[in-house]
Design a protein. Structure first.
Length: 372
């Protein structure tokens, strides 16, 4: 029995070594495995942001007083808005919003300074709502700027509700701190999907899969030899992108590295199982590539990476519970920003274990029927 176990381990290790040699024999594949995830993280880290910076701002000042000019200067004094134009005609403001030359416009009515001194100053802020997220953020910034200006102009003024904000876990409300950890989950899934599905289909295309069928390898050994290398590559990519997130983007990490590793291993089960399942229904590498993206894009959309799960219809909220990326992203964000422990994340860990085991088990059974 011990001899058989030793022989089996030796055959699996030989298969793993063969897969590594095949992967890194092609320099393009090596770049895809090691370099592409880091580059994608850099692109996502800089490009995916809900923060507003230097948003075009247009002013129509009918008052022409020092008070009205000070209000306009309060907008452009921040890094949120930049002056795109000024006029005394409302038509120019409408034209700027229509043509995309401005996202937000401020119209100050005549007599604004006198009304302000009397405690009843009114201004109009127009916002291009084409992009609802940008419009919501710009509206919040504009309201805050006008309120701060009113308090500075009349220190005795007090709003009906004294609102004192305090953000926990992400005090600066920087969207990068929220988005970059989630990109880790997206990249690991993408690498596992593509590598696993393409590798198996490539064996079938060139005819070497039939040679493996008549080798001493059992079906379980063949599957282990095919999936272990990609699991190792996924973990290596995890280390690379996590280091970039910490050292380059300075994302805070307050949790346990061991918990992150454990969650990533469970998450890899889902990625490997899905990739193996795709390989059983694909006849060519092109078909496997397209099928991987057909799985990858819905997984991202239903993960809470871009859109909050709570804003989705009830049916889709239930569907997200079957998405391993949702649970992994919740774990990663909680570990990075909150420093949460296992006692708070055990539901997500349990979901990853169940989904990963089910996917890998079903894919293994199907792979044995179709390929071995």
């Amino acid at each position: 029995m011990t001899l058989r176990s030793s022989d089996s381990a030796e055959r699996v290790l030989g298969m793993v070594a063969k897969e590594f040699r095949q992967i890194f024999r092609d320099p393009r594949m090596a770049r895809f495995v090691l370099v592409a995830p880091v580059l994608q993280l850099l692109v996502f880290g800089y490009a995916v942001s809900t923060d507003l910076r230097r948003t075009p701002f247009f002013v129509v000042d009918h008052d022409g007083t020092q008070a009205s000019r000070a209000l306009a200067d309060a907008f452009t004094a921040t890094d949120y808005f930049r002056l795109a134009g000024a006029s005394d005609s409302p038509n120019d403001l409408v034209r700027a919003l229509d043509h995309g030359a401005a996202v937000i416009g401020l119209e100050v009515p005549p007599g604004f300074a006198a009304d302000l001194d009397a405690g009843r100053g009114v201004v109009q802020v127009l916002i291009d709502g084409t992009n609802s997220n940008t419009a919501s953020v710009a509206q919040g910034y504009a309201e805050r700027i006008v309120l701060d200006y009113a308090l500075e102009r009349q220190p005795s003024f007090r709003p009906p509700v004294d609102l004192r904000e305090r953000a926990w876990y992400n005090p600066d409300l920087a969207s990068r701190n929220y988005n970059v950890p989630a990109v880790v989950g997206a990249l690991i899934l993408l690498v596992c999907l593509l590598l696993t599905s393409l590798a198996v289909v490539r064996e079938r295309e060139i005819g070497t899969l039939e040679q493996l069928q008549v080798s001493p390898l059992s079906s379980a050994e063949l599957i282990a030899g095919k999936t272990i290398p990609f699991a190792v590559i996924g973990l290596v990519d995890l280390v690379f992108v996590t280091l970039v997130a910490l050292l380059w983007f300075h994302i805070p990490f307050r949790g346990s590295p061991l918990l992150l590793l454990a969650a990533s291993i469970l998450y890899l089960l889902s990625g490997l199982g899905t990739g193996l399942l795709i390989s059983t229904v694909s006849k060519t590498q092109q078909e496997a590539f397209l099928s991987s993206f057909m799985v990858f894009m819905p997984a991202i959309l239903l993960s809470g990476f871009m859109f909050p799960v709570s804003s989705m219809p009830k049916l889709f909220q239930w569907l997200t519970l079957l998405n391993p990326m949702r649970h992994y992203i919740e774990i990663v964000r909680a570990l990075f920003l909150k420093g949460a422990g296992a006692s708070l994340l055990w539901r997500q860990f349990a979901a990853l274990l169940v989904i990963g085991a089910a996917l890998l088990g079903f894919a293994t059974a199907r792979f044995r029927k179709t390929a071995v």
